[in-house]
Design a protein around this ligand. Structure first.
Ligand SMILES: [Zn+2]
Length: 81
Protein backbone atom coordinates (compact mmCIF):
# COMPACT_ATOMS: atom_id res chain seq x y z
CA UNK A 1 0.00 0.00 0.00
CA UNK A 2 2.92 2.36 0.70
CA UNK A 3 4.10 2.07 -2.90
CA UNK A 4 0.62 3.11 -4.11
CA UNK A 5 0.85 6.41 -2.19
CA UNK A 6 4.52 7.33 -2.15
CA UNK A 7 6.77 7.51 -5.22
CA UNK A 8 9.95 6.59 -3.36
CA UNK A 9 10.83 3.35 -1.57
CA UNK A 10 9.35 3.63 1.92
CA UNK A 11 10.41 0.53 3.83
CA UNK A 12 13.79 2.08 4.76
CA UNK A 13 12.34 5.53 5.50
CA UNK A 14 12.91 6.74 9.07
CA UNK A 15 9.73 7.70 10.91
CA UNK A 16 9.21 9.32 14.34
CA UNK A 17 6.32 8.28 16.55
CA UNK A 18 4.52 11.39 17.85
CA UNK A 19 3.41 9.53 21.00
CA UNK A 20 6.71 8.18 22.36
CA UNK A 21 9.37 9.85 20.18
CA UNK A 22 10.91 6.60 18.95
CA UNK A 23 12.62 6.82 15.55
CA UNK A 24 12.76 3.63 13.48
CA UNK A 25 12.50 2.67 9.84
CA UNK A 26 9.09 1.82 8.39
CA UNK A 27 9.94 -1.86 7.85
CA UNK A 28 10.53 -2.38 11.58
CA UNK A 29 7.04 -1.24 12.61
CA UNK A 30 4.15 -3.66 13.14
CA UNK A 31 1.57 -4.01 10.35
CA UNK A 32 -1.90 -5.27 11.29
CA UNK A 33 -4.91 -6.45 9.28
CA UNK A 34 -3.20 -6.71 5.90
CA UNK A 35 -3.90 -8.42 3.49
CA UNK A 36 -6.99 -10.02 5.05
CA UNK A 37 -8.99 -6.78 5.29
CA UNK A 38 -9.67 -3.69 3.15
CA UNK A 39 -7.25 -1.70 5.28
CA UNK A 40 -4.14 -1.83 7.37
CA UNK A 41 -2.73 -0.20 10.47
CA UNK A 42 0.99 0.38 10.97
CA UNK A 43 1.75 0.53 14.71
CA UNK A 44 4.75 1.81 16.61
CA UNK A 45 6.97 -1.07 17.68
CA UNK A 46 7.63 0.63 21.03
CA UNK A 47 4.30 2.00 22.28
CA UNK A 48 1.86 0.25 19.85
CA UNK A 49 0.02 3.49 18.97
CA UNK A 50 -1.23 3.75 15.38
CA UNK A 51 1.30 5.50 13.14
CA UNK A 52 -0.42 5.10 9.78
CA UNK A 53 -3.87 3.88 8.70
CA UNK A 54 -4.73 2.73 5.16
CA UNK A 55 -8.29 2.08 4.02
CA UNK A 56 -9.19 0.91 0.53
CA UNK A 57 -12.78 1.71 -0.54
CA UNK A 58 -14.50 1.96 -3.91
CA UNK A 59 -11.28 2.17 -5.88
CA UNK A 60 -9.69 4.80 -3.64
CA UNK A 61 -7.02 4.57 -0.95
CA UNK A 62 -7.35 6.82 2.11
CA UNK A 63 -4.23 7.32 4.22
CA UNK A 64 -4.17 8.74 7.76
CA UNK A 65 -1.01 9.59 9.68
CA UNK A 66 -2.34 9.90 13.23
CA UNK A 67 0.90 9.00 14.99
CA UNK A 68 3.61 10.28 12.63
CA UNK A 69 5.56 13.32 13.86
CA UNK A 70 7.76 13.20 10.77
CA UNK A 71 8.67 10.89 7.92
CA UNK A 72 12.04 11.20 6.16
CA UNK A 73 12.08 10.24 2.46
CA UNK A 74 14.45 10.87 -0.41
CA UNK A 75 13.23 13.61 -2.73
CA UNK A 76 12.57 12.40 -6.27
CA UNK A 77 15.51 13.21 -8.56
CA UNK A 78 15.11 16.61 -10.12
CA UNK A 79 12.85 17.88 -7.34
CA UNK A 80 13.38 21.49 -6.25
CA UNK A 81 13.92 22.30 -2.54
ZN1 LIG B 1 5.53 5.08 19.80
Amino acid sequence: MLSEVFVTEMTAAPVMCMYCGTVTVMAEEHLYMFPLSPGAVLRCGTCEEALMVFVRHEGRLRVGLPGVRWLDVAAPSGAQP
